[in-house]
Design a protein around this ligand. Structure first.
Ligand SMILES: *Cc1c(COP(=O)(O)O)cnc(C)c1O
Length: 388
C-alpha cells in the first residue's frame, strides 16, 4: 500500500521523462500530454530556456528571506506591471495562496480608507479558487467544504448567469466580487465579454472591487496575456499562478496602486514567496510569452477548435459542445466523460476532466500543429469507436 494519503484518485500511470508536448511513462511508452500539469507547464516539459535559467540560478542562489531585496523578483514584477493593468505585485507559491492574498488585499483596502465593515466577497457557486480553508468556502461547493467546518464566513454566492441574485447580494458590507474569467474546474465556462463589462460598471457604481481569478486562464492560455483583455475591462486585483512558473510553484497577486496602498509593511508575507530560484524561472517564462508567441497560440487554437467542431458535427450524439478560448479547451460530452478519457489515454493522449461532463484539453502554449493533428486523429478515433 502507498504511504501517500488517499486524497487523490490517481491513474495507474507514472512518468520518468518529459519533453515538449510529450511524456514518457515509467514503462517506456510515449504519451501526448494535453494536461501539462493542468495548464501549468505553459512552455511544455523541459523547455530549454527554463532548464538553463533554473540551472544557472541554482548555482548562484536559491533562497533568501523577503527581509532583503530580491532583484530577480523586482525584475519579474516590473515585467508583469509593464504587460498588464497592474501597478504592483506580491509573490506567493500557489493559486490558493494567490486568491487568498487577493481577498486580503481587497479587505485591507477598505480598512485603509476607513471602511473596515466592507469585508464580504461575492463569488460564483461551484467555482474554484483553491483548497485552503477560505478558498474552499469562497468556491461555495458542497463537495469541497463537506467535513471541513466550521464554515469560514464572509462569502456570498450566486449561480453562474444569475445577474439578479448577484445584484441583490451587494450590500453595505460588500468588498468585492471575485470570479474566474473562465471557470476551469467548473467546466471551461467562459464568462461572456458583455458580462465582464457590465460587472466592471456594477463594481464602479457600487464602489466595490473586481477580482478576476486568472490562475488557470491567465499567462497566455487564451491567446491574450489575460483572458479579461478580450472584454477590455480593467480589474482591481488578479491572482495568478499555474502558467507563470512553467512547472515551478509560483503564485502572485497583481493589483492597482489604489488598492495596493493598504498593503503596508507587515500586512502580508510568505517565507518562500518570490525567492530567487522561483523568480529566475518566472522571468524565463514571461520573456517567452510575447506578441508573436500569443499570435501562434491563437493560430493553433483556431485550427484545433474548428477541427473539433467538425468532429462534433460528425458525432453529434457524443459531443455536445466545444468550449473555451485559446488553448483552454473543453469538450462537453452528452454522457459521463470518464470512459472517453480512459480511451484517449489508451491511445496515448492525456486529457483531464472538468465539471459538467467536460474533457479539458490543455496543450502547452508552444504546441506544434502536427501534435494537434495527432490529438484530433485520436479524438476522432475514439468518437468513431463510441458511436457504434
Ligand atoms: C488551480 C486553481 C486555483 C488553485 O491553485 P493551487 O495552486 O492548486 O492552489 C485557484 N483558482 C483557479 C481558477 C484555479 O484553476
Amino acid at each position: 500500500m502507498s504511504a501517500l494519503a488517499q486524497n487523490y484518485k490517481r491513474k495507474d500511470l507514472s512518468f520518468s521523462k518529459g519533453k515538449g508536448s510529450y511524456l514518457i511513462s515509467s514503462n517506456g511508452k510515449k504519451y501526448l500530454d494535453f494536461v501539462q500539469g493542468i495548464a501549468v507547464n505553459s512552455l511544455g516539459h523541459a523547455n530549454k530556456k527554463l532548464v538553463n535559467a533554473i540551472n544557472k540560478q541554482s548555482n548562484n542562489l536559491w533562497h533568501v528571506s523577503n527581509a532583503f531585496k530580491i532583484p530577480e523578483g523586482e525584475k519579474l514584477a516590473r515585467k508583469l506591471v509593464k504587460k498588464t493593468f497592474a501597478d504592483s505585485v506580491i509573490f506567493q507559491n500557489s493559486g490558493a495562496e494567490a486568491t487568498e492574498a487577493a481577498i486580503k488585499v481587497a479587505r485591507r483596502y477598505f480598512f485603509s480608507i476607513g471602511k473596515p465593515y466592507k469585508t464580504r466577497i461575492i463569488c460564483i457557486k461551484n467555482s474554484f479558487h483553491g483548497r485552503t480553508l477560505a478558498a474552499i468556502h469562497a468556491s461555495g461547493s458542497k463537495k469541497m467544504t463537506e467535513g471541513f467546518g466550521p464554515k469560514i464566513p464572509g462569502f456570498d454566492h450566486f449561480s453562474f448567469g444569475d445577474h439578479k441574485r448577484l445584484k441583490s447580494l451587494i450590500k453595505r458590507n460588500t468588498a468585492a466580487i471575485m470570479i474566474e474569467t473562465i471557470m476551469g474546474e467548473g467546466g471551461i465556462k467562459v464568462v461572456p465579454e458583455f458580462c465582464l463589462r457590465e460587472l466592471r460598471k456594477l463594481c464602479d457604481k457600487k464602489k466595490i472591487l473586481l477580482i478576476l481569478d486568472e490562475v488557470q486562464c491567465g499567462i497566455g492560455r487564451t491567446g491574450k496575456f489575460f483572458a479579461f483583455e478580450y472584454a477590455r475591462v480593467k480589474p482591481d486585483i488578479v491572482p495568478i499562478a499555474k502558467g507563470i512558473g512553467g512547472g515551478f510553484p509560483i503564485g502572485a497577486v497583481l493589483m492597482t496602486k489604489k488598492v495596493a496602498r493598504g498593503m503596508i509593511p507587515g500586512t502580508h508575507g510568505s517565507t518562500f514567496g518570490g525567492n530567487p530560484l522561483a523568480m529566475a524561472v518566472g522571468n524565463a517564462v514571461i520573456d517567452q510569452i510575447n506578441k508573436k508567441f500569443l499570435k501562434n497560440v491563437n493560430l493553433m487554437s483556431n485550427h484545433f477548435i474548428s477541427e473539433l467542431n467538425k468532429i462534433k458535427k460528425k458525432y453529434p450524439k457524443i459531443i455536445e459542445e466545444v468550449r473555451g478560448k485559446g488553448l483552454l479547451i473543453g469538450l462537453k460530452l452528452h454522457n459521463d466523460q470518464t470512459d472517453f478519457i480512459k480511451d484517449l489515454m489508451k491511445n496515448k493522449l492525456l486529457t483531464i476532466r472538468a465539471a459538467e461532463n467536460v474533457i479539458r484539453i490543455l496543450p502547452p502554449l508552444n504546441v506544434k500543429k502536427t501534435e494537434i493533428d495527432l490529438a484530433l486523429k485520436i479524438i476522432n478515433k475514439v468518437c468513431k469507436e463510441k458511436d457504434k
